[in-house]
Design a protein around this ligand. Structure first.
Ligand code: PMP
Ligand code: GLU
Length: 400
């Protein structure tokens, strides 16, 4: 009999968290690493949010709250959904947890039976397939390529659906590709979903505010009002308000699912931190004027990184439409030999080579289901991006 449960063999540690941790360790040890692995904004949480949290603590908001979020926060989330997405959620349709990650876990854990299938377009955020596996489900991956903008077509979706399909996971803007589905594309996908009454859509909108080139954002249920009851809309304050450490995510979902998630959370973590809920309330109901400056800064960084890398040494670095990552094809580097005599067999080898020999931390495409590629986060300063691009190009040049 083994001590650690068998189910732990179904999953791996989050590769993005591992990459971030490794970069931080090296930096703490004095190594001059360009940390391009971080999946979090590098801005501080805006002061009015921190001050609201401080005031809440002084007022005594230091105790247990309702398990799945305070009434005030749920009202603010409903107002946000209405204002920004035109979605008519009511407080009984809202669940708040410790980050979008916990909320996504709860949604899948409360709905996936053994053998149920969950369709996940690739490249995908690293945690979706493992959360499905941990809950006994089967991830069904639909691969996409840069040539089609890393977006699935309605025909691909139709072909992947079986009688066991419970969910389609949509993540727009996508981590790691930055792909965004237009309202029209969402309607076309919705038409397929509409024909399969057991199919539900789990849309992860966490990067909705980080969009470039004047694009407009549309959430799945906004484009498909008739599928509102079959959609779960996940979001959070981590990326929009630079609040990754506060751990607040939320979902709009059918009432019965919200109840089930509340039950699960009451037996697992209990309520998300009271102080963080107060901060999230201030974030969602306070000024948003700082946001456009952040967006413009990210867009400038994106333009810089794409202009420095795309086409050099046959790297393919398409400009992402949203989020803060570029997903770069390193197909031309596979099979080459490093100055130390090692062969680059795959994108994991390439990412390791970049880190060991050139001190640039990125994440291997293998973690996102589309290879050979690597993810570079541009949630870091312009000088760091300049330095990292120079090192990546030098690393490519040194390969034989
Ligand atoms: N979804 C996506 C696509 C993400 O990139 C992340 C990254 N952190 C999350 C969900 C989870 O965010 P959090 O738990 O910090 O709210
Ligand atoms: N989502 C971020 C990323 O992709 C943070 C790490 C994680 O939660 O996986 O890098």
């Amino acid at each position: 009999m083994t001590f650690i449960a068998d189910r732990m063999d179904l999953i791996q540690p989050s590769p993005s968290i591992m990459a971030m941790a490794r970069a931080k360790e090296l930096i703490a040890a004095g190594v001059d690493v360009c940390n391009m692995a971080a999946g979090e904004p590098d801005f501080p949480t805006p002061p009015h949010i921190v001050e609201a949290a401080h005031a809440a603590l002084l007022r005594g908001e230091t105790r247990y709250t309702a398990v799945d979020g305070t009434a005030a926060l749920k009202r603010a989330i409903c107002a946000k959904f209405e204002r920004e997405n035109g979605l008519p959620y009511t407080p009984e349709q809202i669940s708040v947890g410790a980050g979008a990650k916990q909320v996504l876990f709860n949604v899948l854990s409360c709905t996936v039976n053994a053998g149920d299938e969950v369709i996940i377009p690739a490249p995908y955020w690293v945690s979706y397939p493992d959360i499905v596996r941990l809950n006994g489900g089967v991830p069904i991956v639909i691969a996409t390529t840069a040539d089609v903008g890393f977006r699935i077509t309605p025909a691909q979706l139709e072909a992947a659906i079986t009688p066991r399909t419970k969910w389609l996971v949509l993540n727009s803007p996508n981590n790691p590709s930055g792909a965004i589905y237009s309202a029209q594309e969402l309607v076309a996908i919705g038409a397929v979903v509409g024909r399969h009454s057991a199919l539900h859509v789990l849309t992860d909108d966490i990067y909705e505010h980080l969009i470039y080139d004047g694009a407009r954002y549309t959430s799945f249920a906004q484009a498909n009002p008739s599928l509102f009851e079959r959609t779960v809309t996940v979001n959070g304050v981590s990326k929009a308000f630079a609040m990754t450490g506060w751990r607040i995510g939320y979902a709009g979902a059918p009432k019965a699912l919200v109840k089930a998630m509340e039950k699960l959370q009451s037996q697992t973590s209990g309520n998300p931190a009271a102080v963080s809920q107060a901060a999230a309330l201030a974030a969602l109901s306070g000024p948003m004027d700082f946001f456009e400056a952040w967006r413009q800064e990210f867009e400038a960084r994106r333009n810089l990184i794409v202009s420095r890398l795309d086409g050099r040494f046959d790297l393919k670095c398409p400009a992402p439409q949203g989020a803060f990552y570029v997903y770069v094809s390193c197909a031309a580097q596979i099979g080459k030999i490093t100055p130390a005599g090692q062969t680059i067999r795959d994108d994991s080898d390439f990412v390791l080579y970049l880190l060991d020999a050139y001190q640039v931390a990125t994440v291997q495409g293998a973690a996102y289901g589309v290879s050979p590629a690597f993810r570079i986060s541009f949630a870091t300063s312009i000088p760091t991006i300049e330095l990292a691009c120079g090192r990546i190009l030098a690393a490519c040049e040194a390969l034989q």
